[in-house]
Design a protein around this ligand. Structure first.
Ligand SMILES: [Zn+2]
Length: 617
């Protein structure tokens, strides 16, 4: 285990480039009138419904709205804090290192969570935090990432509230991205320094910022090009993409000698930085219909999938779990592969586990922690009230996401803290998942994930993982195609419409039913399989969470490494053994999911009138 000072150094490296941005203002920038407080008000339809009490991303989003509006710093224009420590008592929020570089991600997360849930909790905060975010747009030409994230949030807002003042702001940011991109060969880049080959507590980060900054810029630039119909920005993204796929960034740590690893994105470096690179590349490739880059991204996704325990979405850091969920969804939407079951498994397991939803459980873990600052805090001495807060920190963080996606059964004391980035990446991944559950074109609905969802076209009630049963309450669809998960034998699926047996027509794994009436109730039932699956994990319980593919030249796994056996019903983990012990937050406390029948509850469902598209169709 590395020393606290080495870890502090690593954190400073991690935040260094991001923190350098807080100074330069964009040329000709005028944010007046861009933010309309009314644009944040959820004004969709609401109604009561009796539904199975199973994973409901809209309900998760309702909790997220609470955290995302409560954990900000009102003294600093509602900027997010950078870190939260649950491993010191009382738990506390800290801005050392800073949260503002992540402002755009948190703004985006809040938009999405409101859209999913319709929650009106702390509604006055949204416009204030957006105003704070855009009042002083920070731009560092070599590291535009914070402003790229701001651009993403503003592009979402523009899809809901397309006002000229807002367009002017986003155009200015886009032009800054164009102007500060440097030519090299046939590509464009922002930062091309030497690789960071020294081991840090995070691992060997290698060519991380180079790829990360590119990917973070390409995604909002492409989305803005499409949302505002300005194809010139797609051309800029093409240049950024050509630089991003340079072989030096994607060489593997070790590949079979007959394999050209860099052509297959078998990168060696900071995982989340590279998955963000892949996300940017795929967004561009989808918009430009670039087959070569789509293949590249698929390979990179598959490469990252061999780290940690992909079956449950354990990829080292929360950000990477969010990114891998996003990539699985986007690759499926793009038709590059069918990764719906990957996404389903990540969402139901580690993405869901990382969200803090139970204050009592976190309070119990926190009660065992020492008084004062927690382990791995980068600051010492008394609290600084201007930049830190220990007021109700656990309650204020309900709905946000933890960072340790390395330890599957217990987040140990030294990792019971989080960096704000993970909430900024996991919440949008959750939104993309929710958005992808059901879609409808010209009356033809498609259900890709068997998760609960209220939509304008139909509602989905999912009885998984208790029962192999999904009930679809039609509203306006003429036909529906339902994707049946990989663990189901499609010959065993039984369909009824209003209780009468109905033959489904199969198109691949989609069961399709047509000639539907608006009030029809469609039920699909199938036997649910429970498997026990054992996976080896070389990452160690007493180490810091893993952010890089290479933990370091001197790093060795335990001999033998840990093995975990999961009991999985469908795609949902319902138990795991052995369980790690010690101080910390136990995960997968899922005995309630072992029942054979789904409990029911009455909820107030919300149907978003307008949704934001996060990936080109
Ligand atoms: Zn993170």
């Amino acid at each position: 285990m590395r020393s606290a000072s080495a870890r502090r150094r690593a954190f400073r490296v991690a935040i260094g480039v991001c923190a350098a941005i807080q100074c330069v203002c964009a040329f000709g920038y005028d944010p007046a009138g861009a933010i309309n407080p009314d644009a944040f008000k959820p004004n969709g339809e609401r109604y009561e419904a009796a539904v199975p009490d199973t994973l409901d991303l809209a309900e998760r989003a309702r909790i997220a709205v609470h955290g995302l509006t409560s954990f900000l710093n009102p003294e600093k224009h509602f900027a997010p804090y950078g870190h939260v420590y649950f491993n010191g008592r009382p738990a506390y929020l800290s801005d050392f290192p800073g949260g503002p570089p992540n402002w755009g991600k948190i703004a985006e997360a809040l938009q999405f969570a409101r859209m999913m849930s319709g929650s009106e909790e702390n509604l006055d905060v949204d416009a204030k935090m957006f105003e704070g975010m855009i009042t002083d747009v920070p731009l560092n030409p070599a590291a535009p990432t914070p402003v790229s994230c701001t651009m993403a949030a503003l592009t979402n807002l523009y899809q809901v509230d397309p006002r000229p003042e807002l367009k002017r702001v986003i155009d200015t940011i886009a032009e800054d991205h164009v102007r500060s991109a440097q030519p090299q060969g046939d590509g464009l880049y922002y930062y091309d320094g030497p690789p960071s080959t020294n081991p840090t507590a995070l691992g060997v980060t290698n060519y991380w910022l180079q790829v990360f900054i590119q990917g973070r810029a390409i995604r909002p630039m492409t989305r803005w090009a499409l949302a505002s119909n300005q194809t010139k920005y797609i051309d800029t993204c093409g240049g950024l993409a050509r630089f991003t796929i340079l072989p030096k960034f994607w060489e593997s740590e070790a590949a079979p000698k007959a394999v050209t690893s860099a052509e297959h994105a078998q990168f060696n470096g900071h995982s989340h930085a590279h998955t963000q690179g892949l996300m940017g590349l795929l967004t561009y490739a989808q918009a430009a219909n670039n087959a070569r880059i789509k293949q590249f991204v698929r390979d990179g996704y598959e490469h990252m999938r061999s780290f940690g325990i992909a079956r449950i979405g354990l990829f080292g850091e929360g950000c990477t779990t969010g990114d891998m969920t996003w990539l699985a969804l986007a690759l499926s939407v793009a038709g590059v592969g069918d990764y719906w079951d990957d996404a389903d498994a990540y969402i139901r397991n580690h993405l869901a586990e990382l969200q803090i939803t139970d204050a009592a459980r976190m309070n119990a873990a926190n009660a065992e922690m020492p008084e004062g600052r927690g382990k791995n805090d980068t600051t010492s001495g008394p609290y600084d009230p201007a930049n830190e807060s220990n007021e109700n920190a656990i309650d204020r963080c309900l709905g946000t996401f933890l960072s340790d996606s390395t330890h599957p059964t217990l987040i140990p004391e030294h990792n019971l803290l989080y960096t704000i980035c993970c909430t900024g990446n996991c919440t949008p991944a959750m939104y993309f998942a929710w958005h992808s559950i059901a879609q409808c074109d010209d009356g033809h609905a498609r259900i890709n994930l068997l998760l609960n969802r209220a939509s304008p076209w139909l509602d989905v009630d999912s009885y998984l993982p208790f029962e192999g049963k999904v009930v679809i309450r039609n509203k306006s669809a003429q036909s529906v195609a339902v994707r049946i998960p990989f663990y189901v034998d499609t010959r065993s699926v039984r369909a009824t419409v209003n209780g009468e047996p109905h033959d489904a027509v199969w198109v691949g794994r989609y069961a399709t039913l047509d000639n539907l009436e608006p009030t029809d109730t469609i039920t699909l039932e199938f036997p649910l399989t429970t498997t026990t699956e054992t996976y080896t994990l070389k990452w160690k319980q007493d180490e810091f969470w893993k952010e890089c593919t290479d933990p370091g030249p001197d790093w060795k796994p335990l001999d033998p490494p840990a093995k975990y056996t999961f009991t999985i019903r469908g795609n949902t983990v319902i138990d795991v053994s052995p369980r790690d012990t010690g101080k910390g937050l136990p995960l997968y406390q899922r005995d309630a999911l072992k029942a054979a029948k789904a409990p029911m509850k009455t909820v107030r469902r919300y149907v978003a009138p307008k949704m934001v598209s996060v990936f080109p169709p």
